[in-house]
Design a protein around this ligand. Sequence first.
Ligand code: CA2
Length: 150
Amino acid sequence: MPTLLLLNGPNLNLLGTREPEVYGTETLADVVALVERAASDAGFGVAALQSNHEGVLIDAIHDARGTADGIVINPGGLTHTSVALRDALTGVGLPFAEVHISDVHAREEFRHHSFLSDVADVVVVGEGVGGYARAVRELAGVIAPSSSRG
Ligand code: CA2
């Protein structure tokens, strides 16, 4: 079965425990379940990883070569700082979707720039955790356009 790698970056393990006004009340486990449902509907399996460490995320992206068909990533704060994460994603050449739960463009200016958006196949911002499901559907359409028609 084709597979999507779901990556969540630093601090997203705290989802549902703090800042509900920004990130909602759903937990990371809820996000993984949501992505698994959306992926299953699109004919994909899911491998999921959250890490607070940039290098662990980069290693997972490298390991996705040959094991995954696309990547859905919420890089957390690394979005705004990490050339290395961008290089890993462009380096493996897998299609990927960048997701942000909050509307980063309506927040502090330092969140307005992403090192990933201009090389991402799909970008979903500010739709809450439901944005992960939209990212899966749109990425599935990029990977297997014929199966997403209709
Ligand atoms: O909106 C998003 O999804 C972000 O990627 C979340 C990052 C933030 O640095 C980005 O600018 C936008 C932060 C993730 C931290 O998540 C928390 C969740 C609950 C409580 C505390 C942090």
